[in-house]
Design a binder for this molecule. Structure first.
Ligand code: NAD
Length: 510
């Protein structure tokens, strides 16, 4: 069956430049598919270098007035934007579900986590305050200020169409920058709604712009001389490319990459509680979360009862279209984002079997009644996985949970610290001492103690270590404010009849 519908009848997603929708001048476009039905619902025009330049120029023109607007005025616009995001939460969740596939409840939760970053950024008059020291030398004072960088760009992945852009632009705008967003071409519609809500909130035209597309649009941003900073979230190979290319072009970069998040379960843990947590963290959003738990490290006697519980709970998950009801309730898991991705993930299940891991639960071949053409895959669970297997080494990004067995907590920590990815991790235990040891010795950016998905609240910063992050500053929280501003230190002396004359030697001020 050919699922493409006539291009004339599907809606086309435009760009957003200088406060209004704009038709792209590029000839290329992409299809947006509803993953639950497999039907193409929209087309999105891909930007070329001229489209990107038009967006950057609009942002550049809007910059002088925006950067000099009082921080409180910028904050008030964000306050109105926050209210509008709240009142459009259901509409945003619906757009996410239609283009990404995750359940409505999960989509709504991700919108909420994004709104929390707006709430953080609303505090910008306080967050951006400088320091002041009087009398650092006789008659000399010093103060510091943080100033915006200029036009900043954000490039975001398919799995959080609202939350990940919100990790970036509220903080960037609050700091006085203007912004060009390039969302994932698979899920572009939520960004357009956010752009129109920003306008409704009173944001001046040109301060926030949206371009769509793939590598061509991204490369145009990476090479544009007027872009001062790039924020990226996506897979590790692209994050590395973004970091290297943008840094070579003299831009500030934060590029967050992929993940393989481990959860360690110690023998003293509450196994029922841990299994419940791991089922949600492993299979929620069909495993398409950068903070999903994809590898469980069962220590000693925890392994057998844990695997049995995981199997029982995973087998009972409700699977269906994100906006449907399954057995009268919301589904736990929707489809994967595209047919290609679903087939790739299913291919990993084949590979795990070939590699010799024990397939405890097989999610391949699932059909959802009424949604036979949707990109569904049931939960798969592997036991006795070894660190040299591809199902452990690669980021699968789907509903496949692998269990490795370790003898001790030290072995588990060594395994995790040797993995190239280091986004998030968690430990399940009743021992404060074991938790403290884990927290101190684990070399991972975000750590949960009996918390399976330790996504930091907006006033802390989000980011991993090693190949999960290229750059120095994590997103939102104070690291976000530092990323989107430059520091300046001013030393002041006013004419005073008693002042000492300045000299030729290194000033000592004292
Ligand atoms: P992706 O790397 O394929 O795409 C991310 C962005 O880069 C998109 O906007 C895309 O258009 C663009 N892009 C893709 N290929 C490109 C190329 N060759 N040159 C330039 N730009 C290119 O990622 P995805 O599939 O959209 O998202 C899933 C990935 O994102 C997973 O690896 C996941 O772990 C990661 N992710 C990480 C975090 C984090 O916080 N570390 C959060 C969410 C997602």
């Amino acid at each position: 069956m050919n699922n493409s519908v006539d291009v004339k009848v599907v809606q086309s997603v435009p760009l957003w430049i200088n406060g209004k929708p704009v038709t792209a001048s590029g000839q290329r476009s992409g299809e947006i598919t509803n993953p639950a039905t497999g039907i193409v619902t929209k087309r999105v025009a891909f930007s070329n270098a001229a489209d990107v330049d038009a967006a950057v120029q609009a942002a550049q023109r809007a910059l002088p007035a925006w950067r000099t607007a009082p921080a409180l005025r910028r904050a008030r616009i964000l306050m109105r934007f926050r209210e509008l995001m709240e009142s459009h939460r259901d509409e945003l969740a619906q757009l996410i579900t239609e283009e990404h596939g995750k359940t409505l409840a999960d989509a709504g939760g991700s919108v909420q986590r994004g709104i929390e970053v707006i709430e953080f950024a609303m505090g910008i008059p306080h967050l951006i305050k400088g320091e002041f020291s009087e009398e650092v030398g006789t008659g000399v004072d010093t103060h510091s200020l943080r100033q915006p960088l200029g036009v900043c760009a954000g490039i975001t992945p398919f799995n959080f169409p609202v939350m990940v852009p919100l990790w970036m632009f509220p903080v960037a705008l609050a700091c006085g920058n203007t912004f060009v967003l390039k969302p994932s071409e698979k899920v572009p519609s939520a960004s357009m709604l956010m752009a129109s809500l920003l306008k409704e909130a009173g944001l001046p035209d040109g301060v926030f712009n949206v371009v769509h597309g793939d590598k061509e649009a991204v490369d145009a941003l990476l090479h544009h001389p007027d872009i001062k900073a790039i924020s990226f979230v996506g897979s590790t190979p692209i994050a590395k490319y973004i970091y290297e290319t943008a840094a070579r072009n003299g831009k500030r970069v934060q590029a967050l990459g992929g993940a393989k998040n481990h959860a360690v379960v110690l023998p003293d843990a509450d196994i029922e509680f841990a299994a419940d947590a791991l089922i949600g963290a492993g299979y929620g959003s069909a495993g398409e979360r950068c903070m999903a738990i994809s590898a469980v490290v069962a220590v000693g006697a925890a392994a057998d009862p844990l695997v049995a519980k995981l199997k029982e709970k995973a087998a009972n998950l409700r699977i269906g279209a994100g906006d449907s009801r399954v057995d009268g309730k919301e589904p736990d898991m929707g489809p994967l984002v595209t047919r290609v991705h679903r087939d790739k993930v299913a291919g990993y299940v084949d590979k795990g079997v070939t590699e010799g891991a024990t397939l405890v639960l097989d999610g391949r071949g699932i059909k959802i009644k009424g949604n036979e053409e949707g990109f569904f895959l049931g939960p798969s669970l592997f036991d006795r996985v070894h660190p040299d297997m591809a199902i452990y080494k690669d980021e699968i990004f789907g509903p496949v949970l692998v269990v490795l067995r370790a003898d001790t907590l030290d072995d588990a920590i060594r395994l995790i610290n040797a993995n190239p990815y280091a986004n998030g991790t968690a430990v399940f235990t009743r021992s404060g001492g074991a938790a403290r040891k884990f927290e101190r010795e684990i070399e991972v950016g975000m750590v949960g103690i009996n918390v399976p998905i330790p996504v930091p609240i907006a006033f802390y910063s989000f980011g991993g270590w090693r190949s999960s992050l290229f750059g120095d500053q994590h997103m939102h929280g104070m690291e976000g404010v530092r990323f989107y501003t430059r520091g300046k230190v001013v030393t002041t002396r006013w004419p005073d009849t008693n002042a000492l004359p300045t000299g030729f030697n290194m000033p000592t001020l004292g």
